[in-house]
Design a protein around this ligand. Structure first.
Ligand code: SAH
Ligand code: SF4
Ligand code: F3S
Length: 428
């Protein structure tokens, strides 16, 4: 008998990778992946709670899955949302058709929980307060030419709006040798891009070796592309900018979330840098790596944000000119300090995000137009017929025709046109 699993993932890359670990556990028990909930013997929702919208999506999907799932199929909910014990318990009550509810720290024992449930048939709700072990399960990778690789877990920063430190625990760095061995193995098995994951990779430290030491060791003469996320501006150093400039493997792109352009709001957010410090770091990086592609996260409607604070955020976006900007409306998260501050009304927040999105749309369009005529090295990640898709060094997405090109190739492509932010090119 062949059993099938279906995993639905919400949230960030970290969670995408956690789902690859859950899939690894299930595959080692003989289960195979399936696309449709209706075909699955086990369904897992790997949840996110960074914003309220992420949580409401989960409840919406649960309602649908209830009627779609096979009789006898096991339904499990895990991830950041159910790491909050109160949420785990209320979800178990509200949705009695859910069989297993786990926190993030319990997930790497998913196989054992599943066995227990299949044996006893009794609902399981278990949430540990902290990590008890590092997950040793095999990983069933799903991300094509790219492989995700944790170098650390958790976060110590406690930005006042953010739930992540509460659901992912304190910062824990993996041993340097383990990371190096994993990279070695991934390159041997043919991965062309590796993305190092951590909530704040800049603070990586293990036995006196820091993030820069790690990046130097990973510039190992192999031909591949190395990326990392996320980089906290307060810890972004000149040494890191120099490493990006000199490394043969590091992508010439950087995700460096600013959140706000107002010093007063940055302080309320506990971000521990000023607008001026942030801009000086960006200028220093651009002086060393002029072609760098920058992306960022920005939030509008943080408690007490005034029109003037918002204008400074808008101004910062226009000053930096990010290639890519992820824009969010501040969302209240219970248990965080910002939840207790005076809140803005929904209409104000919505109007501000609309203005920011509009401004960024124009910036992205112009940056794309500026790319026309340039030649880039593209890592091909998808191919459909002769149509190829991939990312350039600066993370620009480019489509082009490539009859003799294969997924995983690095190809020189001349950018011939730009429509909004979409680039087209031809092999040179
Ligand atoms: N560790 C990373 C990413 C954390 S979550 C970092 O520090 O950048 C990803 C993004 O979600 C954040 O950068 C932030 O912009 C957004 N975010 C976090 N909490 C939020 C909240 N309560 N409301 C709206 N957006 C939020
Ligand atoms: Fe959240 Fe701040 Fe940690 Fe990022 S650095 S995960 S925004 S607390
Ligand atoms: Fe990621 Fe969401 Fe958790 S952003 S760390 S999946 S709360």
């Amino acid at each position: 008998m062949n059993y099938a699993y279906h995993i639905q993932t919400y949230g960030c890359q970290m969670n995408v990778h956690e789902s690859e670990k859950l899939a690894g556990i299930l595959q080692s028990r003989g289960y195979t992946a399936c696309d449709r909930v209706e075909d699955a013997d086990i369904i897992i929702l790997n949840t996110c709670c960074v914003r309220e919208t992420a949580e409401s999506k989960v409840y919406g999907h649960l309602g649908r899955i209830k009627s779609q799932k096979r009789a006898g199929a096991v339904l499990a909910v895990c991830g950041c949302m159910t790491q909050r014990r109160d949420v785990a318990e209320s979800l178990a009550k509200r949705c009695p058709f859910v069989d297993i509810v786990l926190g993030t720290f319990n997930q790497c024992r998913f196989g054992e929980y599943l066995d227990e449930f299949l044996h006893t048939g009794a609902k399981i709700v278990e949430v540990w307060d902290s990590a008890r072990e590092e997950c040793a399960a095999p990983i069933a990778r799903t991300s094509g030419v790219n492989a995700w690789l944790n170098i650390m877990y958790g976060c110590n920063n406690f930005c006042t709006y953010c739930i992540v430190p509460y659901v992912r625990g304190r910062e824990r760095c993996r041993p340097l040798d383990d990371v190096l061995a994993d990279v070695d193995g991934l390159l041997k098995s043919g991965y062309k891009q590796i993305t190092l994951l951590g909530q704040n990779v800049n603070s990586y430290e293990h036995k006196g070796k820091n993030f820069i030491d790690l990046l130097k060791l990973l510039d190992n003469g192999e031909k591949y592309r190395l990326k990392f996320m996320t980089s906290h501006p307060k810890d972004f150093s000149t040494e890191l900018a120099e490493q990006i400039s000199s490394s043969a493997v590091l992508s010439k792109s950087l995700h460096i979330p600013v959140q706000s352009g107002s010093n007063r709001i940055l302080k309320e957010m506990n971000r521990r840098y000023t607008r001026e410090e942030y801009l000086a770091k960006i200028a220093g990086l651009r002086a060393l790596v002029p072609e760098i592609g920058l992306s960022s996260d920005m939030m509008v409607g943080f408690p007490t944000e005034t029109e003037d604070d918002f204008l400074q955020t808008l101004d910062l976006a226009q000053t930096v000119r990010y290639n890519n900007l992820f824009m969010f409306i501040y969302s209240r998260r219970s248990g965080t300090p910002a939840d207790k501050m005076p809140q803005l009304d929904y209409k104000t927040k919505q109007a501000r995000i609309d203005r920011l999105i509009k401004a960024q749309f124009e910036i992205s369009k112009r940056i794309a137009a500026e790319h026309v005529g340039r030649t880039a090295t593209v890592l091909v990640s998808e191919k459909d017929g002769d149509k190829c898709f991939g990312k350039a060094e600066d993370d620009s997405a480019i489509t082009f025709d490539g009859a003799n090109v294969a997924v995983g190739d690095f190809v020189r492509v001349k950018i011939t046109s730009a429509k909004n932010a979409n680039l087209k090119g031809e092999v040179v």
